[in-house]
Design a protein around this ligand. Structure first.
Ligand SMILES: Cc1cc2nc3c(=O)[nH]c(=O)nc-3n(C[C@H](O)[C@H](O)[C@H](O)COP(=O)(O)OP(=O)(O)OC[C@H]3O[C@@H](n4cnc5c(N)ncnc54)[C@H](O)[C@@H]3O)c2cc1C
Length: 455
């Protein structure tokens, strides 16, 4: 902690404060920064797992991969485990993580009991619903603009060793939406308890929900400790690719560990951009490098040197626009959004993840209504747009459609909102008031400057 505070003191008052962190899941380009970053090198561990009370005390930049390594041997996991291994607990709370348990457990910040935050004033403040509740409630979706979480105490949930999956096909989004509502209402599908729920839209008439049930594995399970390589337990860390199994199999059984990281190995389906869907390249690609953080670094290198853009130009292909977004619409609006998306963007597959607030409590910087079911639609790729690429026409059109449907988008990627609209969507007035209290000298970059102006 002293290293963190010293590094904060060393940042000139005029310089912007940023984390000096090895990994990132941020997808918006940022302006270069001359000032030294905040030294968070000693803040990546798990302090304690309390097995009796089912809580964990965790440092702010501990990755979920390390956190799960510490909790799973006790048969416990965080209530929501975002699916990219190097997302940190602090990052998921300040930047809104989501996963298949979000239809019953909400978002990661809803299972935070308390957190220590290094504020813009350079003080460590413990925030919870009982103390500094203004900071506690405004922090989710503030992306470090109010301060940095250095320690978080979170709830954990008990889990068995396996997860039994059913991939159920739907011919249209309205049918899928009805099924989601039924599962949210009863917690069941055809009499079976559902613990995890996400889906993939492959084509307009081909959508799937993956229904996950925590399981001891039944008669199909080998001894949990020696599960590797058992023929009845799916393994998508080798030659098989998880997203394809959604279309190809009706049922599956994964270890809890492999279920949590099922999307990381191939960065959903985005590893295809590096040739990993080709069996020959996949065999040659070292297993330890089939991870989202490796692909993220490769994308960073490509962006820095403009490699693919240059190849496309030489081939006479139109310039492409990066469309990397997670947006959320109400379940009732999902069919309209997907229909618009097919007509105007046309990227497939699209990841679908239902979510609901866990309780009645609301979070002003990302306003969701209690009792309403939403779906997060995630799409990550590029579309050909020609000379207009720099103006980001597709990303802007998506914002316009969300405006029509009353949806929101995550702010980890590019955003183009005008100030007024941004403030309306993310409660800028409340954010500014809380910022004035905890960052009186405005040492930290504002959310709008980070998300839209790319500072
Ligand atoms: C292609 C793509 C797909 C994604 N899909 C999903 C998804 O399906 N599910 C999901 O859960 N998330 C997803 N994310 C979003 C991800 O959860 C957020 O971007 C999250 O903020 C990343 O956390 P990180 O720890 O990697 O933080 P970083 O990427 O390092 O930082 C993200 C932001 O959070 C701030 N920050 C980081 N740590 C802290 C801290 N301790 N305290 C305060 N502020 C902090 C940083 O200043 C920065 O503004 C996706 C991101 C990408 C790029």
């Amino acid at each position: 902690m002293s290293r963190l505070l010293e590094s904060y003191a060393a940042i000139p008052a005029a310089g912007s404060v940023r984390l000096a962190k090895r990994t990132s899941n941020l997808f918006r380009p940022r302006s270069a920064n001359e000032a030294p970053g905040l030294d968070v090198s000693g803040l990546d561990g798990v302090i304690e797992v309390d097995v009796v009370n089912r809580t964990a005390d965790v440092q702010g930049v501990c990755t979920y991969e390390h956190l799960v390594e510490a909790t799973l041997p006790h048969g416990l996991i965080p209530l929501v485990v975002p699916q990219l291994r190097t997302i940190t607990l602090g990052g998921a709370v300040t930047g809104l993580g989501i996963e298949a348990t979000s239809f019953r457990n909400g978002l990661p910040h809803e299972s935070v009991i308390e957190m220590d935050i290094l504020t813009g004033a350079g003080e460590i403040v413990t925030a919870s619903m009982e103390q500094h509740d203004d900071l506690f409630r405004t922090f989710p979706n503030s992306y470090g603009s109010l301060g940095y979480a250095t320690r978080l105490k979170i709830e954990l949930e008990p889990v068995p060793a396996y997860v039994a999956l059913r991939h159920v096909r739907f011919d249209d989004a309205a049918q899928l939406g009805k099924a989601v509502e039924a599962i949210v209402e009863s917690g069941e599908w055809e009499g079976e308890r559902i613990d995890g729920l996400d889906g993939v839209a492959f084509e307009p008439g081909e959508l799937y929900l993956t229904l996950a049930q925590w399981s001891d594995g039944g008669s199909e399970a080998p001894d949990a400790a020696s599960s590797g390589g058992h023929p009845l337990v799916g393994d998508y860390t080798g030659q098989q690719i998880y997203y394809r199994s959604v279309q190809e199999r009706e049922t599956d059984l994964l270890t809890m560990h492999d279920y949590l990281w099922r999307w990381d190995t191939d960065w959903f389906w985005c590893s295809g951009a590096f040739g990993l869907h080709n069996p020959r390249i996949r065999r040659l690609w070292p297993r330890r490098w089939r991870r989202s953080d490796v692909y993220h670094k490769l994308v960073g290198i490509d962006r820095r040197f403009g490699i693919i853009d240059r190849i496309d130009r030489r081939r006479g292909l139109p310039a492409r626009e990066r469309v990397i977004q997670d947006v959320e619409v109400s379940i009732a609006d999902l069919p309209a959004f997907l229909a618009w998306f097919d007509d105007n963007v046309g990227m497939r597959p699209v990841w679908l993840c239902p979510l609901r607030l866990r309780g009645e409590r609301t979070w002003p910087t990302y306003p969701l209504e209690p009792g309403t079911t939403y779906v997060n639609a995630g799409f990550w790729g590029t579309v050909p747009v020609g000379d207009n690429a720099d103006h980001a026409p597709t990303n802007r059109a998506i914002e316009a459609e969300l405006r029509v449907l009353g949806g929101h988008k995550s702010l980890y990627s590019e955003a183009f909102y005008g100030r007024e609209e941004f403030d309306r969507l993310y409660d800028g007035a409340n954010l500014a008031g809380v910022k004035d209290r905890y960052d009186p000298d405005h040492r930290l970059t504002t959310l709008y400057d980070k998300a839209v102006r790319r500072h």
